[in-house]
Write a protein that binds this ligand. Structure first.
Ligand code: NAD
Ligand code: UDP
Length: 339
C-alpha cells in the first residue's frame, strides 16, 4: 500500500483519509462517499452518539477501517488528510455531559491539529452555524462574529466550536498548517439518530407514530435545512481547494423555513394524523438562521441541489423502515437515558 513508514512516508496515489466522528450521521455518509471515490478511509469514533450500525455496510470493504478511540486523547496514525467531525451535534446529546463536549471540541482539535502538523497534511474542521449564536445579522455571512452566550446551556457546544476555530487559525498562522474550516448549517437525512431530539428527526418520528408534533415556542423561529448528500459534496469540495483557501465557509441550504412550516410539510408528506402542540422554547434557542453561501458558490463552485420536499421524502422513507424494525434501532437505550 505504501502509505506508512516511520522514517519517510511514501504515499501512494490512493489517499488514506482519517474521519473522526466517522460513525455518526454525517461522518458515515462521508466515509461512504470517500470510499466510492477510491480513497482508503480510517474511521475513528468513540461511539458516544454514533453507531456501528451506521457503518455496518462498510465493515467488510477492503479500503475501510474502524478504530474505537476518543479524540480527547492523542492519536498516532499515518494518513494523508483529516476530516475532524467528532463531536455530539444535537442539543440533548451535547448537553448531557457539557464538560466532555467542550473537551471533545477543544482537546480533540488540539490532538487532531497536532497529528496534522506531525504528518504535514491538511485538516478540515466541521464547525457550525452555532458560532453565530442567536444572530443579529441575517442571513449570516462568514464576516459576522456572532452573538453567543458564553455561559448558557448551549455554550459548551458553541464556545467549544469557536475555540476550535481559533486553534485551527492559530495553527495555520503559527505553524503554516493547511486548514479548512466549514461552518455547517442544519443538515438532515438518513442515519440521523431517531432519538437525538433534532427537529427533523423528531417531527418525522412523531408523525410516523401519529404522536403529537412538538413545536418548541410558537414555531415562528426559522432554520435552513440542507440535505446530507449536498453537505458532503460541499465538505469534499472545500477539502479539495488549494492552500490559500482556509475558510471559514458556510455550507448549508439558504432556503429558510419556520419550524411550523416544517411540521406542516412533514405531516403532509407522511399522511400523518398527528396534531401540532406547543412546548416551551429551550433557552438561547436562535430565532432565525440562514446561511449566506455566496462564498461557497464563488470559491468552491458549490451549491445545494436537493430541495426540502425531496430530501424529506428520502428521510421519511429511512425512518419508516427503521420504525418498521427492518433496521435495528441504533443505540436505542442510550439517548433515552440521556434525554
Ligand atoms: P453525530 O452525533 O451523529 O456524530 C458525531 C460523531 O462523533 C458520533 O459518531 C460520535 O460518537 C463521535 N464522537 C463524539 N465525541 C467523540 C470523541 N470524544 N471522540 C471520538 N468520537 C466522538 O453528529 P453529526 O450530525 O454527524 O455531526 C458531525 C459533525 O458535524 C459534528 O462535529 C457537528 O458539530 C458538525 N455539525 C453538524 C450539523 C448537523 O446539522 N448535523 C450542523 C453543524 C455542525
Ligand atoms: N424544535 C422544535 N421541536 C422539536 C425539536 C426542535 O420545535 O421537537 C426546534 C428547536 O427549538 C429549534 C429548531 O427546532 O428552534 C431546530 O432545532 P434543532 O435541535 O434541530 O437544531 P438547532 O437548534 O441546533 O438549530
Amino acid at each position: 500500500m505504501g502509505y506508512a513508514s516511520a522514517m519517510g512516508r511514501t504515499y501512494s496515489e490512493q489517499k488514506r483519509i482519517l474521519i473522526t466522528g466517522g460513525a455518526g450521521f454525517l461522518g458515515s455518509h462521508l466515509c461512504e462517499r470517500l470510499l466510492e471515490q477510491g480513497c482508503e478511509v480510517l474511521c475513528v469514533d468513540n461511539l458516544f452518539t454514533g453507531s456501528k450500525n451506521n457503518i455496518a455496510h462498510l465493515r467488510d470493504h477492503p479500503r475501510f477501517e474502524f478504530m474505537r478511540h476518543d479524540v480527547t486523547f492523542p492519536l498516532f496514525v499515518e494518513v494523508d488528510e483529516i476530516y475532524n467531525l467528532a463531536c455530539p451535534a444535537s442539543p440533548i446529546h451535547y448537553q448531557h455531559d457539557p464538560v466532555q463536549t467542550t473537551k471533545t471540541s477543544v482537546h480533540g482539535a488540539i490532538n487532531m491539529l497536532g497529528l496534522a502538523k506531525r504528518l504535514g497534511v491538511k485538516i478540515l474542521q466541521a464547525s457550525t452555524s452555532e458560532v453565530y449564536g442567536d444572530p443579529a445579522v441575517h442571513p449570516q455571512t462568514e464576516e459576522y462574529w456572532g452573538h453567543v452566550n458564553p455561559i448558557g446551556t448551549r455554550s459548551c457546544y458553541d464556545e467549544g466550536k469557536r475555540c476550535a476555530e481559533t486553534l485551527f487559525f492559530d495553527y495555520h498562522r503559527q505553524m503554516g498548517l493547511e486548514i479548512k474550516v466549514a461552518r455547517i448549517f442544519n443538515t438532515y437525512g438518513p442515519r440521523m439518530h431517531p432519538a437525538d431530539g433534532r427537529v427533523v428527526s423528531n417531527f418525522i418520528v412523531q408523525a410516523l407514530k401519529n404522536e403529537p408534533i412538538t413545536i418548541y415556542g410558537d414555531g415562528s423561529q426559522t432554520r435552513s435545512f440542507c440535505y446530507v448528500d449536498d453537505l458532503i459534496s460541499g465538505l469534499i469540495a472545500l477539502m479539495e481547494t488549494g492552500r490559500d483557501v482556509t475558510g471559514p465557509i458556510n455550507i448549508g441550504n439558504p432556503n429558510e423555513f419556520t419550524i411550523r412550516e416544517l411540521a406542516t410539510q412533514v405531516i403532509e408528506r407522511t399522511g400523518s394524523k398527528s396534531q401540532l402542540i406547543e412546548n416551551p422554547l429551550p433557552s438561547d434557542d436562535p430565532k432565525q438562521r440562514q446561511p449566506d453561501i455566496t462564498k461557497a458558490k464563488d470559491v468552491l463552485g458549490w451549491q445545494p441541489t436537493v430541495p426540502l420536499e425531496k430530501g424529506l421524502g428520502r428521510t421519511i422513507a429511512y425512518f419508516r423502515e427503521l420504525l418498521a424494525d427492518k433496521i435495528e434501532m441504533p443505540n436505542e437505550a442510550r439517548p433515552r437515558a440521556i434525554g
